[in-house]
Design a protein around this ligand. Structure first.
Ligand SMILES: *Cc1c(COP(=O)(O)O)cnc(C)c1O
Length: 425
């Protein structure tokens, strides 16, 4: 068969786009070349429904080894007793937890989407809000920090079965111990969704959710810098608190219920090529090099936040503990939709984002979200943050000036030549 010129040409164009631009989308990163290589391999052909040693198809002896290594490496990274590496994405990981622990209509409590939470934490547009009775906590208007008093009040009055912590647009660390304390009072489970800061947590640069949360989910492609995917982990397995039964009517441990929820509960065959790539990325995460990377991510985020503040930008919570920041652009009098679109023209990619207590629609929004994992992978150091913020500021200060936008785009292009991406491709 002839090679598909159309699609491979477009993939080539996408590579050029990634090479030429400044990538500030907080949820994106660049995997290593060997992670991408592993993804483009023959395990994609293999059906392996089930788990290592307990498959529904023959010929699984090799993929069994791949998945077992992936699980063992992930457990080592987070000192977890149990892990499932099959969820196709972070959303699937969360869905599996709800399937394992809840019945339709049960109450869940999560951070409101408009305050930095994720769709899968109970949004009415998502399965989590349609199938379950979703309750929310927010952040405090004055500080931008999670409103733990509100969380506790809602928890005590409504008694949700699961309290979800973790977010997509929150730049501060979490008080997991405090959430666990109120959960214990009401007999709820705590689920930490560390999709965003997992890499920093892996290296001990943020509070450890495993010390206090029953169940931890994550994506593998954000700060963890692996292939697109999800995982579920337990530091300690435990008996499920509500006597939940498997389809055969047996009361099972939480790990068994979670395995059953992923398959056959929610997914069919696992993506074995992606699990192979997850295993490769997990080995990279265990390295000293990755520790250096995560420390640089945190330092770059802090340097970038300071630079934005210096230029009069209004940061929610005034700064960051992790890899991202949320900027309220209302004092700059720019529509955030326009900000995103204009920066795109200058090859600077980020996303508009609602800020807490936003008065604009989710399509317009009052803020932008900025993250440094991808540019840190490109090799940027704290000193480069001034340059990057300078480019952003120039574009945002001249959104109708096509000459200035073109000038920044040219400068961005030559600046990024100093940070080669996939030189071997
Ligand atoms: C990104 C994210 C997810 C979902 O990840 P997908 O892989 O896009 O499904 C879940 N939870 C949080 C908090 C996230 O930020």
């Amino acid at each position: 068969m002839q090679k598909d010129g159309v699609i491979f040409d477009l993939i080539g164009k996408e590579l050029q786009r990634q090479r030429n631009g400044i990538e500030l989308i907080a949820s994106e990163n660049f995997t290593s070349q060997q992670v991408m290589e592993a993804m483009g391999t023959c395990p994609t052909n293999k059906y392996a429904e089930g788990y290592p040693g307990k498959r529904y198809y023959g010929g699984c002896e090799v993929v069994d080894e791949i998945e077992t290594i992936a699980i063992d490496r992930l457990k080592k990274i987070f000192r977890a007793q149990w892990a499932n590496v099959q969820p196709h994405s972070g959303a699937q990981a969360n869905m599996a937890v709800f399937i394992a622990c809840l019945k339709p209509g049960d109450k869940i409590l999560g951070l409101d989407l408009s305050m930095g939470g994720h769709l899968t934490h109970g949004s009415p547009a998502n399965f989590s809000g349609k199938n379950y009775h979703a309750l929310f906590y927010g952040v405090k208007k004055e500080t931008g920090l999670v409103d733990y008093e509100q969380l506790e009040t809602v928890a005590r009055t409504e008694k949700p079965k699961i309290i979800i912590c973790g977010a997509s647009a929150y730049s501060r660390d979490w008080d997991y111990a405090r959430i666990r304390a109120v959960a214990d009072e009401i007999g709820a489970l705590v689920m930490a969704d560390i999709a965003h800061p997992a890499g920093l947590i892996a290296k001990g640069l943020l509070n450890d959710p495993f010390d206090h949360c029953h169940i931890v989910t994550s994506t593998t492609h954000k700060t963890l810098r692996g292939p697109r995917g999800g995982v579920i982990m337990l530091r300690h397995d435990f008996d499920n608190p509500w006597g939940l039964k498997d389809p055969k009517g047996n009361i099972r441990s939480m790990s068994a219920l979670l395995d059953l929820a992923v398959f056959p509960g929610m997914q069919g065959g696992p993506l074995m090529h992606v699990i192979a790539a997850k295993a490769v990325s997990f080995e990279e995460i265990l390295s000293e090099e990755f520790t250096v990377y995560q420390k640089q991510v945190q330092q770059n985020a802090q340097a970038m936040a300071a630079e934005f503040v210096k230029r009069g930008y209004n940061l929610i919570s005034n700064g960051t503990d992790n890899h991202l920041m949320l900027i309220d652009l209302r004092n700059k009098n720019i529509s955030c939709k326009k900000a995103q679109e204009t920066l795109d023209k200058a090859h600077i990619t980020l996303n508009k984002n609602a800020v807490p207590f936003d008065d604009k629609s989710p399509f317009v929004t009052s803020g932008i979200r900025v993250g440094v994992p991808a540019i840190t992978t490109r090799g940027m150091q704290t000193g480069d943050m001034e340059t990057v913020v300078g480019f952003v500021d120039r574009v945002l200060s001249a959104t109708d000036n096509e000459n200035e936008i073109a000038a920044v785009k040219a400068e961005v292009g030559s600046f990024m030549q100093s940070f080669p991406l996939y030189p071997g491709l």
